[in-house]
Design a protein around this ligand. Structure first.
Ligand code: ADP
Length: 313
């Protein structure tokens, strides 16, 4: 009535009962006295595009859920491959050295050569491990000053379609004015995605109640930032509560049991703590803390000091 037009997306049911999403444009027709007389409505079926978008979002969320696992898998495969060769050489040369020593008379020179080949191979293996360790350090240290609420809000679009398709209502209770944290954005997103996906999984069997996931951020009494994901799912039995974070602990037929274990390493690497608890009502809460970043001025002083120290050096 105010503008004479409206535009938006609507869910329509066709005659055969299927639901379609339409992009709808309405325009108000007025009579000669400028009174509203009719609405001209144009609807374009955008269901296919919507389905593609939802599928894409779900894939992104799944990708984020598994990418860390894949990375670990790839990393261990390459460690195994690179370290296996020198290890095989070590065994071979050690056997040779033993044979030379057992020989009567002992072949000391040959035994010495075999032993120095063992040392070389061992050095090669440890240099491979050093390299891989350096690589994984570099891959994980993108620390910046972040607002936890921003990270939560950025993550929601990645899991929204999964929540919708499982009829889960997502609620955000984000406190304002929280101190910043020093953290890796992608890693924090990964933690939140894992908690959300686990909560959705836990709510799938819940048919007799509302499926609600509340993500809350606040400043704890101890001055730490607290992020909690509270669901109305199957809950956690008290004897399992400490094992959830163990690698390979899973109750899902297709689970890997790596999600929470990775979450714990990420949160602990950031100086925080993560734990799970049963709700008073149905469901469970998984929450983590992060230390607040120091005041920006302090950091700048530290950075300047580091900079001048470097230039002096
Ligand atoms: P996965 O999801 O592959 O099983 P995770 O390490 O992410 O691996 O989770 C381990 C297990 O912890 C799950 O299989 C499930 O039994 C339990 N769990 C995690 N989150 C919840 C939750 N919100 N409610 C109930 N159980 C949970």
């Amino acid at each position: 009535m105010r503008t004479g037009r409206w535009e938006g997306e609507l869910l329509h049911t066709t005659i055969d009962g299927t639901q379609v999403v339409v992009s709808s444009r309405w325009s108000l027709q007025r009579d000669e006295l400028a009174q509203p007389a009719a609405i001209l409505e144009t609807n374009t079926d955008i269901s296919a595009a919507k389905r593609a978008e939802a599928a894409l979002q779900q894939m992104q969320a799944e990708l984020a859920h598994v990418s860390r696992i894949t990375m670990l898998g790839e990393l261990s495969a390459s460690i195994a491959h690179e370290v296996n060769q020198p290890l095989a050489a070590i065994v071979l040369n050690a056997e040779g050295a033993l044979r030379y020593l057992e020989h009567k008379p002992a072949k000391i020179d040959e035994a010495r050569q075999a032993t120095s080949r063992i040392v070389q191979s061992a050095e090669r293996a440890s240099s491979v491990i050093r390299r891989i360790r350096g690589l994984s350090k570099k891959a994980t240290s993108e620390t910046t000053r972040l607002d936890v609420n921003d990270v939560i809000e950025e993550t929601i679009p990645l899991v929204r379609s999964q929540a919708i398709s499982n009829r889960v209502t997502l609620r955000l209770h984000l406190s304002s004015g929280l101190p910043a944290v020093l953290a890796d954005r992608i890693q924090l997103q990964q933690v939140i995605i894992n908690l959300v996906i686990n909560a959705i999984d836990a709510m799938k069997p819940a048919v007799d109640r509302l499926r609600e996931l509340t993500i809350q951020s606040k400043l704890g009494e101890d001055g730490q930032l607290l992020v909690a994901a509270q669901d109305t799912g199957v809950g956690i039995e008290s004897d399992k509560i400490d094992r959830l974070f163990d690698a390979f602990f899973t109750s899902k037929p297709d689970g890997m049991g790596m999600g929470l274990s990775i979450c714990r390493s990420i949160i602990e690497a950031h100086g925080g703590r993560i734990w799970a608890s049963a709700n008073v009502g149905p469901g469970a809460t998984v929450q983590f803390t992060l230390p607040p970043a120091g005041a920006p001025s302090t950091e700048r002083v530290l950075a300047d000091a580091a900079g001048s120290a470097k230039s002096v050096g």
